[in-house]
Design a protein around this ligand. Structure first.
Ligand code: NDP
Length: 685
């Protein structure tokens, strides 16, 4: 189906396993450049309580049955399937006012986020259904009582209420961590650009990759849906602070302590360093970055630079350079390939932005760009939502209010002067909390002062300079592995951040009990839990045969002075504590010459390794290595090696096994402790 070429159609919602049009014809959604109707939207007649129940009852259990790696594989398959269809999304995206470059951020950026979560999930999460969080907390000296935190998926539905500016990325950046956590979602896109979200969801459902009800879509109002959310559900919101606050204070959200994540207005700032005057590479980079942030997506990005904070001495040069660059921006219908900036998403949005510019004029003057008469090369100046980039200058930002309070959600920024690093920090903080700030400087001391000053008020801070000029991902790009969200005015929420984002959809529970009970519950062996030793060497067992708690207690080996000297001369590590009795005695930690820590680890391997070819394929590292007690010549070492975690890989013939390794001396005192990491074949060859 070529969606763009077809007549305006009624968008459908995907609820309870069916595509359903609203009971009424609905509100027309217009092409941002031409004003022509693209689609009609209405969700009346949907039973929202049943939609929630369907997600909870049908999809929740199906998703929770999958392991993290299986969910990651699902995301990967979904991402690849969407990637194959992306030209269809690009074609429709033009109607939202997005240029090809804008759509790349939304479409490739959104699908890329799915794929990134797929790969991080497989690499960073175990192949289990439950996560452990942090170490075991010992609660009894005799080892009979301990605790561990676990994270398990919430059993409700994540309701994602999204903004109009990123109809694809806005959905996928929230869906990726939600589905990886094992929670189903209901997506509610902003009406204005919902036709693109609807198409992407349609293609997702067509693939059949998701469990039924894993993703449902509401095209139009969410009606009474929020009346039915409960403490196992999550609501996330991106949009205006006014709507966000209203939803956050919804009686069911408050009454049932529903997790609510909000991403709202953000008056992001970018600071030009005191060292970065005209003629420096940082000055040129700054001009480029501010102009790009103002014009990409026509400034309709929650991360766009709204406040440009520059040394007073360089403000004139900056305004001139920015004015010149912005003046060259080619504005028009994004279907025209010469166009570099498209219209705003709708005429209402343009009216709104013009009003906000009027608010800003209380404190600032326009120094570049006419907000009233767009200079376009294509599109319809009357019915298209075009707006020139508008640069303002506020000479007295200390006395100003509007420039720190009003978000004109379009190609609009205000330059303001500062004299010291402290002042620059103070101005950024007047935004009362933002998603992102940046500083362009080649002076590490200035970067330290400004970044540490700004950090508590921002979710992300970017430092730009000549070194990262070509590789920097830029001020305005949230990345899957980095936190996206900010305190205060920005909503106080946090999204993405790699696996941090997944945990927002899970409940953290402290589980207390005996070590054996904790091992059974978490699927990870913990110290002092029951173990089985004495049978076949665990390195002879395949992944299918191995169980957590399988243990090897080795023979013993006495460390001699000759061993220490041999190791020292062989490796070249002749540190005095191993070689010089007097000097070693003078050291507060030792009572004479001691064995090298790495000698202990090497002897331990010699004790526990089973040498013949077998299911253990490789030792790929150790974690958390600690030398706890010095080993002196004459001490006798024994190793206890216990299978702690087993992670079969979904797409390979092997998996990872983590072994708890304890090396003790003749008195039973632990001298070294660490995890040994091995790859083990799934079956015996
Ligand atoms: P809104 O806050 O009006 O809408 C955001 C989302 O909330 C949309 O999906 C909208 O749906 C939905 N919504 C609105 N009212 C309700 C309700 N009562 N119950 C449930 N859902 C609701 O923001 P807009 O998208 O209209 O943008 C307005 C302004 O918000 C922009 O001009 C900009 O200043 C700011 N904004 C900020 C963003 C940021 O990340 N910082 C991102 C986008 C906007 P529907 O579209 O169907 O009304």
């Amino acid at each position: 189906m070529n969606v763009q070429a077809s007549r305006p159609r009624r968008l459908e919602s995907y609820v309870c396993g069916n595509w359903t049009a609203g009971a009424k014809e609905g509100v027309p959604l217009l092409d941002a450049s031409t004003g022509a109707p693209v689609a009609f939207i209405d969700s009346s007649g949907i039973d929202f309580a049943s939609t929630l129940a369907y997600g909870r009852e049908k999809a929740g259990p199906a998703l929770r049955r999958l392991s993290f790696h299986e969910r990651a594989a699902m995301l990967k398959a979904l991402g690849l399937a969407l990637m194959e269809r992306k030209e269809e999304f690009y074609a429709l995206s033009t109607a939202t006012g997005a240029t090809r470059a804008d759509s790349w951020v939304d479409i490739d950026g959104g699908i890329g986020t799915l794929l990134s979560y797929a790969s991080k999930g497989r690499r960073e999460l175990p192949n289990t259904r439950v996560l452990v969080d942090g170490d075991v907390e010992t609660l009894a000296r005799d080892g009979t009582f301990a605790a561990r935190h676990i994270l398990s998926p919430l059993q409700g539905v994540a309701v994602h209420i999204n903004a109009f500016n990123f109809p694809c990325w806005g959905m996928l950046e929230k869906l990726a961590p939600t589905l990886l956590a094992g929670m189903p979602a209901i997506v509610k896109p902003a009406s204005q650009t919902a036709y693109l979200t609807e198409l992407v969801v349609r293609r997702m459902i067509d693939t059949g990759i998701l469990p039924e009800g894993g993703v449902q879509l509401i095209s139009g109002s969410v009606g009474d849906l929020l009346d039915h959310v409960d403490g196992q559900d999550v609501v996330t919101f991106t949009g205006s602070a006014t709507t966000g606050r209203k939803l956050k204070s919804h009686p069911a959200v408050i009454g049932n302590s529903v997790r609510f994540t909000m991403e709202a207005d953000s008056l992001n700032a970018s600071v030009l360093g005191l060292d970065a005057g005209p003629g420096t590479e940082e000055f040129d980079l700054f001009v480029k970055e501010v102009a790009r942030e103002m014009t990409s997506k026509a400034g309709q990005k929650c991360t766009a630079i709204r406040r440009v904070i520059a040394p007073r001495a360089h403000c004139d040069a900056l305004v001139a350079a920015l004015g010149e660059r912005l003046g060259k921006t080619v504005l028009g219908n994004p279907a025209d390939e010469n166009v570099r900036m498209g219209p705003l998403a709708s005429l209402d949005q343009r009216t709104e932005v013009r009003e906000r510019i009027r608010d800003l004029l209380e404190d600032a003057e326009i120094v570049a760009g006419d907000p009233d008469t767009p200079r376009i090369i294509s599109g319809d100046a009357e019915s298209g939502a075009f707006l020139n980039p508008v640069l303002l200058y506020c000479d007295r930002p200390w006395e100003a209010k509007a420039v720190h309070d009003v978000e004109a959600f379009g190609p609009v920024s205000t330059v303001m002067p500062y004299d010291t690093g402290e002042e620059a920090v103070d101005l950024t903080r007047r935004g009362k909390g933002s998603l992102v700030a940046s500083v362009f400087t080649n002076d590490p001391a200035f970067a330290e002062e400004v970044v540490l000053g700004m950090a508590p008020f921002h979710g992300r801070v970017l430092i730009g300079n000549r070194v990262s000029a070509k590789t920097s991902t830029g001020h305005g790009s949230p990345l899957p592995g980095l936190v996206h969200g900010g305190p205060g005015r920005a909503g106080g929420g946090e999204e993405l951040g790699g696996m941090r984002g997944v945990k927002h959809y899970m409940q953290r529970t402290a589980v207390q009990g005996s070590p054996t009970m904790l091992s059974a519950v978490t699927g990870r062996w913990v110290a002092d839990a029951e173990a089985r030793s004495g049978g076949e060497h665990p390195f002879r067992k395949s992944l299918a045969e191995l169980r957590i708690g399988d243990q090897l207690v080795t023979a013993s080996r006495t460390v001699t002075l000759a061993d220490i000297e041999h190791f020292a001369n062989f490796t070249g590590d002749t540190f005095y504590a191993h070689m010089d009795e007097e000097a070693a005695k003078a050291n507060p930690f030792f009572d004479g010459r001691v064995a090298h820590g790495y000698l202990i680890v090497s002897f331990a391997a010699g004790l526990f390794v089973d040498p013949a070819p077998g299911p253990v394929l490789a030792n790929y590292g150790v974690d958390n290595l600690r030398f706890l007690t010095p080993v002196n010549p004459g001490d006798t070492l024994t190793v206890q090696l216990t299978c702690k975690e087993i992670n079969p890989r979904a797409d390979a013939e092997h998996g990872e096994v983590r072994w708890d390794c304890r090396v003790t001396n003749q008195n039973g005192v632990t001298v070294a402790q660490y995890d040994v990491l091995t790859m083990v074949a799934k079956t015996r060859s």
